[in-house]
Design a protein. Structure first.
Length: 217
């Protein structure tokens, strides 16, 4: 499966301009997401990464506007170039989520909104382990995913002949993977898609770095 996985870096490089235009104002129509990000920013007084920030850098912007010391991270260099040009006062870096550019325990928080979905299923634990490495004990991980089974793929995205693929997760499987990586799940939510969203359920997991007994609500 991994061998046939689309080159996500090349895909996002190709559609970076279109992606930025399409998603720059995405959060305006997502009150649930905005409230969660506001809570995340308040809970993380130190250094934070927005992993998979994309060319729009809109989550990075939203967190920064609420006082977070945030850096946007993305695999696509074209996306980072556009994010920097659009928002030169913010920090953006090119990096793979499986090899993040900071030391052990350097972060107080890490948000990954719809970015881990672009890894093959067997690579997701690798990324989650890296998230645990860079978060201090008690640091906050906020992950969002498309809910479902299997994978979805589009071979023509934003009108271009490029392939994009996403791994879908059930909420129990996602929570289990996060716990296996050394996190304590504090909250988990599934919501129906908003009218403008792809018609998948949206999954959110709020977890803390550490190995205490899991708390669910």
């Amino acid at each position: 499966m991994t061998e046939s996985w689309p080159d996500i870096r090349a895909t996002y490089d190709a559609v970076a301009q279109e992606y930025a235009a399409a998603f720059a104002d995405e959060l305006d129509a997502k009150p649930f997401d905005r409230a969660l990000l506001e809570e995340f920013a308040a809970a993380c007084p130190g250094r934070v990464f927005d992993v998979g920030c994309g060319a729009a850098g809109h989550v990075t912007r939203y967190l920064a506007d609420r006082g977070a010391d945030v850096t946007g991270i993305d695999l696509s260099s074209a996306s980072i170039d556009i994010a920097r040009a659009r928002q030169p006062e913010l920090r953006f870096e090119v990096a793979d989520m499986r090899q993040l550019p900071c030391g052990d325990g350097a972060l107080t928080g890490l948000v990954a909104f719809y970015s881990v979905i672009h890894l093959p299923r067997e690579q997701v634990p690798v990324a989650l382990a890296e998230f645990r490495r860079v978060l201090r004990t008690g640091g906050v991980l906020l992950v969002s995913m498309h809910g479902g089974m299997g994978e979805i793929q589009d071979d023509r995205w934003f009108g271009r002949p490029v392939s994009v693929r996403a791994t879908l997760w059930s909420l129990p499987d996602l929570m289990a993977a996060i716990q296996e990586a050394g996190f304590v799940v504090r909250r988990h939510v599934g919501r129906d898609p908003y009218p403008a969203e792809h018609r998948t359920q949206r999954l959110y997991v709020w977890a803390e770095a550490g190995r205490a007994e899991c708390e669910l609500n």
